[in-house]
Structure formats: C-alpha cells, structure tokens
Design a protein around this ligand. Structure first.
Ligand code: NAP
Length: 495
C-alpha cells in the first residue's frame, strides 16, 4: 500500500500551489521533496545583485494569498523569498517538506498502483506523483575549452556567494539574457573594468517601476478589492501583450512591431555610440525569445569602463577569455549568466517511468514534446507534471500554477466521486490537444515571425515552440474546470 497520498517534487511556487490544492481535496498525507536547503525554488536559488521580478507583484503572487505590502511595483528577489516563506507558514507546508532531498527517479508500480520514488536516502511510495521542478532550475555552464584552468574566480548567477565583492576587479559576464540585464548595471557600479560577452542581443524595453507608497499598501490591506482591481488591470495588459503581440502575431503584426519600435527607441536614447547600438540590436522578431525590462542596462555601455564584446569565445585561458580573432580579455572574475538547460536536463528533471516501463524523457525526445493540457501524459497514470510542454500560460507563472490547481481539483475530485484508484489521460485526448496547440501556434511569432537567429529556449530540440501554451490564460483557466471528464480513464479502487 502507498505510504503517502502524494509525493510533490519541488518546493517552489508550483509545488506549494499543488500542495495547497491537495489539502483542499483532503489528500493531506503528502510529502514535498526538495533538492535545495530551503523552499522558494527559483527565488531561493537566485541571489545575484539586481534580482527582481519583472511581472508586477500584484499579479506575480497567488490570487488567493495577496500581499498588500510589496515595496515596489516589481518586488526585489528578497521580498519574493519572504513571500514564499509566508505562504509555506500560512498553509502549514513547511512540516511536509524534506530539504536536501534530490529525487533520482520515479516509477509506476502497476500491480500496487502506486509511484515508487527513489531519493539518495531510500524509496518512498505514493498514489500520486506531482513534479513541480520548474523550467529554469538546471543551471547551464557551456563547455568552454580551458574553463577548468581559469585561475580567477568563476561564478554562475544561480550560485551567487552572499559575500562576493567585485569592487575594483576586472569582471567578465558571459550572456545577455534576463539575468545579465539585471546584473550588469549592478556590476558596472563596482567593477574597475566590465566586459559583457554577447552572442545574441536581447530586446529590452523600459521598466516602469516605482515604490508603492505606504498609503497604497494600507489601502490594499484595508480594502483587498482595490488590490484585486489592480491585479485584474495588470493581468489584462499582460494578456493583451501575450495574445495579441505574440500568439496572434500574423494577425496583429502592428502590435508586435510597436513593441520592437519601443525597444529600439529605448536603445537609441540610451546608448551614444552607433556601433554599440547596432551590436545591441536584435536581428529577430520581438517575442521570439523572452524580452527583458530595464532602464539601466543599455546606459552602462556609455561608461568608459564597460565594454560590449561580440567576438566569439574561443576558450577560457588561465587569465581570461581568448576570442576567435586571437585577442584576449584579462579577467579576475568570470560571471556565467549563461542560463539554464531547459530541454536536455529538464524535460523531465528526473527520470520518470510510467506504464510498461516507458521513459518519459526518452519518449518525448523520440516522438514530440507533449502533455494533455500541459499537465498529464498518456501511459503515466496518477502523474501530474506541472512543468510540461505547452503548460506555461500567460506571462505570470502564477496564472499557470493556478490553472493547474484547478485541473487537479476537477480531476482528483472526479476520481474520488467515482471511488476509483487511478486516472490516465487517453491517447485520443492527448493527440487532439497536441493537434490543437500545434495549429494555434501557426499564427504565433514563433512560426509566423523571423526567429531564425534568436537561439530561443522557447523552441524544443525538434524545433517546435513547445514551452508556452498558445492560448489566452482565460482559455487555460476555463478548460481547467471544463475539460471533458472522459478525456481520462479511471481504474481500480483505492487500496
Ligand atoms: P538565458 O536567457 O538563457 O540567457 C543565457 C545567455 O547566455 C544568453 O545570452 C546566451 O546566448 C548566453 N550563452 C549561453 N551559452 C553561451 C555560449 N556557449 N557562448 C556565449 N554565450 C552563451 O538565461 P537567463 O538570463 O538566466 O534567463 C533565463 C530566464 O530566467 C529568463 O528568460 C526569464 O524567463 C527568467 N528570468 C526572469 C527574471 C525576472 O523575472 N526578473 C530575471 C532573470 C531571469 P544566446 O542567446 O546566444 O544563446
């Protein structure tokens, strides 16, 4: 018999949302396994200077657990960490968490109708397996030749030492994604020389950020409806950007072009040197790759001690970086803002074996990346994979989490109503969903735009844009509570 009702893998906002829903469903005997030493997922791991959310905090939080006291429109990382702690305390989640517990693999035991999850310290069993391992949780270090021989310090942005002081140093940053865009201005403030190694430029639009006055915070606390209204207004704007600018690209090109023009104007008014401006201008359509928000990033390239390097990296030497043209940049510290391995190490983040021993990652790679409604997979009974292909809905991760909580509620509620032990999505329902999202992507910037040079992690190894759900979040939330119940088969009786 299964020891637990459920095993949740991951104590970030996804795993905590799933756990809260399990409690609501009366499936309270669960455990949350977490590789890291504390909860919070991405907000526990990332601690680099400049870290902040870039979706407004009224929206980047659970709708059922608003925080009236965000200090800014876009809260700094530390506040997100505290918010995660608050949610864990408020919903009694911490006592269910086991930290420092890396899951190695999970397999479905068809005879016993439970999942067997292997960790470094043994095996656990549960009726349901819920993986909430995040999308951006496997740090990526490119295999630069010579990297092990560098005599200075190498720091990946996901392992930022709290006491790291780069004052007066020659610092190199490899990468120009959202992380670098936040970090580079902070490093420019302290480094003696800063070289930013760019392979692909990124679209950057201004960030309209401001402190939230105490009076507004008090209003949000006293009259929660006001904060709900602010959330609704912000969500509507995000929805319009995503649906009109990205998903309906071919029908509403003008909106997408408008965003590109805004970013270009921002660049023109921020950077003095025309050569540098040219180098910072993306050669792919806005939205092919996740755009970024900053008022400071572009401006740092006007400083004499900051340099944009676009030559390709040949190797890391003992003293710095050698470029393909034979020149070398001397460095004391090399910062790797090189992001995450999304597709190889993360889909899935652990080995998962379903019915007949089928390996989820191997199947996705051999066929196509797919998951019904971005959450369940045929041949994987009683398995909810929160970070699945086509699961990410909208721009705030919380819209995804809460849609998935609703899907869990409908599905596990139906299971209980039938007195059944197992659920499994049908091949037919899965195939229909995959056909539908594939067709919808036809109008998106991913297939209708020019994304050739973007090197975007939105594309899977098959070249399909299989990360984002190509529908409105309204559609995602509607389907989460209305999907046909016979899209699943239900079997057995609980032991
Ligand atoms: P990223 O967007 O994947 O960027 C990685 C950077 O490293 C890219 O510029 C990439 O260049 C470069 N790179 C990788 N391998 C390289 C190589 N071999 N040689 C040279 N350059 C190389 O990673 P990230 O900046 O950490 O951001 C990841 C995601 O985290 C973001 O897209 C966002 O979703 C999230 N994030 C959010 C926030 C926020 O909300 N505030 C902040 C930070 C991050 P190419 O582009 O050429 O591959």
């Amino acid at each position: 018999m299964a020891r637990y009702d459920a095993i949740v893998v991951g104590a970030g906002f996804g795993g905590m949302g799933a756990a809260i829903q399990l409690d609501r469903l009366g499936l309270s005997d669960y455990v949350i396994l977490e590789r890291e030493a504390d909860l919070g997922g991405t907000w526990h791991v990332n601690r680099y200077p400049g870290l902040a959310v870039d979706i407004a905090s009224v929206t980047y939080s659970y709708s059922f657990e608003p925080n009236p006291y965000w200090s800014r429109l876009f809260a700094p990382g530390e506040e997100l960490r505290r918010y995660a702690q608050h949610v864990a305390e408020r919903y009694g989640l911490r006592r269910r968490m086991r930290f420092g517990t890396a899951v190695e693999q999970a397999r479905w035991d068809a005879d016993r109708r439970h999942w067997v999850v292997t960790t470094g310290s043994g095996e656990l069993t549960a009726r349901f397996l819920i993986t909430a391992t995040g999308f951006l949780s496997q740090p990526y270090t490119p295999p630069f030749p010579g990297i092990d021989g560098f005599t200075g310090r190498i720091v990946h942005t996901t392992a930022w030492p709290d006491d790291l002081d780069l004052t007066g140093q020659r610092v190199g940053v490899i990468g120009t994604g959202a992380t670098a865009v936040q970090l580079v201005p902070e490093l420019a403030d302290v480094a003696a020389e800063l070289t930013v190694f760019q392979r692909t430029p990124i679209w950057v639009v201004p960030k309209v950020d401001t402190p939230i006055p105490a009076a507004v915070q008090r209003l949000f606390a006293a009259l929660p409806v006001t904060q709900r209204a602010a959330r609704l207004a912000n969500t509507a704007v995000l929805e319009a950007i995503m649906v009109a600018g990205v998903l309906e690209f071919t029908r509403a090109k003008v909106l997408n072009r408008g965003a590109g023009l805004l970013a270009k104007a921002h660049l023109r008014t921020s950077v003095r040197d025309p050569e540098t401006r040219r180098a910072l201008t993306p050669g792919y359509d806005f939205g092919c790759k996740r755009p970024t928000f900053s008022n400071r990033y572009f401006r740092v390239f006007n400083s004499a001690h900051v340099r944009l390097e676009t030559g390709s990296i040949a190797e890391v030497t003992a003293g710095g970086i050698a470029l393909a043209d034979g020149s070398e940049v001397a460095l004391d510290t090399l910062v790797l803002a090189t992001g995450f391995d999304l597709w190889q190490a993360n889909f899935p983040a652990i080995t998962v074996r379903g019915r007949d021993g089928v390996d989820l990652g191997a199947w996705w790679r051999a066929s196509r990346f797919q998951a019904y409604e971005g959450i369940t997979v045929p041949r994987f009974p009683n398995f909810l994979s929160l970070n699945s292909p086509y699961s990410y809905s909208g721009l705030s991760y919380f819209t995804t989490v809460e849609a998935q909580m609703k899907h869990m509620g409908r599905l596990l509620g139906e299971l209980a109503r039938r007195g059944a032990a197992t659920f499994e999505v049908t091949e037919r329902a899965n195939a229909e969903f995959l056909d539908r999202v594939t067709e919808r992507l036809g109008t998106s910037v991913f297939y209708g735009g020019d994304c050739g040079s973007a090197r975007s992690y939105y594309f899977d190894p098959h070249g399909e844009a299989a990360l984002l759900r190509p529908t409105s979040t309204l559609n995602a939330h509607r389907e989460a509570v209305r999907f046909p119940l016979d899209d699943y088969v239900y079997g057995g009786v609980p032991a």
